[in-house]
Design a protein around this ligand. Structure first.
Ligand code: GRF
Length: 212
């Protein structure tokens, strides 16, 4: 068993890693994250809308190069992201629409302290275009999943899931909007649970320990 969330006292400084719009970043800044506080935003996209949101919310935000690959980090560059997060006292890393898979230094430094959010009920429809995958498959419910990240694509232990109906009239846009509303509740909830120091990872299962 691994106690995922470390000590149960003090503030947990959160780094959000994002590539685009940043609505989950905003939800993490404004939602009830318990002892968690968003202290830093890092993006791999100098044109990302999330940078403007961070500026408006007064959160330190930086663009850092991810290296020369399109869907993963260069090892050296990923190490630089880690050094920067370490220099800011980051204790929890939240991936929020980061369009890159992690395989190296971030997981080595922050293993068990990296979360991701995905717009489907995992393990269904991992990877890109999850809402489109759900519509094409014809499922009647979908939703979102917050999970601890590992080196697979959307494969780590599940912390929180929220469910939405799929309506006959849905298209990708309408289903994505319904799921996104739930994402904005699920992500702060998962962070709050983690930062309460009461989550335990047993194999694939994330359990909430009750206080004695
Ligand atoms: C969300 O749908 C999230 O589940 C997925 O990427 C999208 C990011 O949206 N991983 P935003 O940038 O947080 O608005």
């Amino acid at each position: 068993m691994t106690i995922a969330s470390g000590s149960a006292e003090g503030t947990v400084r959160i780094a959000v890693l994002a590539s685009g719009r940043g609505s989950n970043f905003e939800a993490l800044c404004s939602g009830d994250t318990g002892r968690g506080r968003v202290a830093l935003l890092i993006t791999d996209n100098p044109g990302a809308q999330v940078l403007k949101k961070a500026e408006r919310l007064g959160v330190e935000a930086v663009y850092m190069t991810p290296g020369r690959y399109r869907t993963r980090f260069g090892i050296e560059e990923e190490g630089e992201w880690v050094s920067f997060m370490r220099s800011r006292g980051v204790g929890l890393v939240c991936l929020a629409g980061l369009m890159r898979i992690l395989k190296g230094p971030i997981l080595e430094e922050y293993g068990g302290r990296v979360m991701n959010i995905h717009p489907s009920l995992l393990p269904s429809f991992p990877g890109l275009d999850a809402q489109d995958q759900a519509l094409r498959y014809g499922v009647k419910v979908s939703g979102c999943t917050v999970h601890y990240a590992d080196d697979g694509v959307d494969t780590g232990p599940v912390i929180v899931q929220r469910v939405v109906p799929v309506m006959d009239y849905d298209d990708v846009e309408s289903l994505s909007a319904r799921i996104l509303e739930q994402e904005h509740l699920a992500y702060p909830e998962a962070v709050r649970l983690h930062c309460s120091g009461r989550l335990a990872v047993r194999g694939r299962r994330v359990e909430t320990c009750t206080g004695s």
